[in-house]
Design a protein around this ligand. Structure first.
Ligand SMILES: Nc1ncnc2c1ncn2[C@@H]1O[C@H](COP(=O)(O)OP(=O)(O)OP(=O)(O)O)[C@@H](O)[C@H]1O
Ligand SMILES: O=C(O)c1ccc[n+]([C@@H]2O[C@H](COP(=O)([O-])O)[C@@H](O)[C@H]2O)c1
Length: 220
């Protein structure tokens, strides 16, 4: 086993870099699910387990962002609150919760990926995102570099499927798309490589679980 202590439910401010990187062994296949998790919900868990199965991953790390660079983040709950809620929601030994980006002081995914490739070069990473994010991926900082550094798995998310696959990034990367029935090979591919995974459709969203003032709706 490599690097470091497992994630502790300590306050984000008190975490070291090694506490923010989950336990791993070299050669492991790790899915990275970046998100606001404001709040975390069942679909985050479901797509993680779906990705573990379809991509033959060992783990999925939820990277709880200090703030999506494309969102206003005014109604974003604090990181410790989102981390705690994420731990409760994930509830599976194969899903780890990390605030690595806050700890190393980055917000852009390109920086997160570069950091992890340097720091944990023995791991095989796959970036996981819902189809809504593929639809706007061309607006991310250095998105072409992200695509050239890490394989990407896109999870279908109604009603975004058509829009996502017609969007500029999907079009630009079309020749690197793996047929869905070969998705289990994605983690072994040299980037650029991506796959669009169907078969798990959930219309759950954090937006639907927030009140207009940004607070989280009470669970029924
Ligand atoms: N129902 C879903 N189906 C597929 N992917 C999802 C779903 N919900 C969230 N995701 C993906 O999980 C990642 C983290 O999502 P995020 O924390 O932003 O939740 P969200 O429900 O999309 O939030 P919001 O409604 O505030 O935009 C993103 O890549 C997002 O596309
Ligand atoms: O790097 C970027 O430019 C960028 C732009 C938009 C979103 N992201 C990342 O995409 C992930 C999903 O964000 P969200 O808010 O849709 O959950 C999260 O890890 C963000 O940091 C990254």
């Amino acid at each position: 086993m490599h690097a470091v202590a497992a994630l502790k439910p300590a306050s984000v401010a008190s975490q070291s870099v090694s506490q923010a990187i989950p336990l791993y062994s070299n050669g492991m296949r790790i899915g990275l699910l970046g998100g606001s998790f404001n709040p975390p919900h069942e679909a985050h868990r479901a797509i993680s387990l779906f990705a573990i199965k379809r991509l033959k991953l060992d783990r999925v790390w939820w990277l709880v962002t200090p703030g999506n660079p494309l969102k206003s983040n005014g109604a974003l709950n604090d990181l410790d609150t989102r981390m705690d809620a994420a731990r409760k929601m994930a509830d599976d030994p194969r899903i780890d919760i990390s605030c690595l980006e806050a700890v190393i002081g980055v917000r852009y995914t390109v920086d997160t990926i570069s950091y992890l490739r340097r720091r944990a070069s023995g791991l095989r990473f796959v970036w996981i995102m819902g189809a809504d994010n593929l639809a706007q991926f061309h607006r991310w900082q250095n998105w072409r570099r992200i695509a050239s550094e890490v394989p990407i798995a896109v999870i279908d998310r109604p009603p975004q499927s058509f829009r996502a696959l017609a969007a500029p990034a999907a079009q630009a990367l079309v020749r690197y798309r793996l047929p869905e029935n070969q998705a289990a090979r994605l983690a072994d591919q040299h980037a650029p490589a991506w796959a669009f995974l169907t078969g798990m459709k959930s219309s759950l969203s954090s937006t639907g679980l927030r009140n207009p003032d940004g607070s989280w709706k009470a669970k029924k």
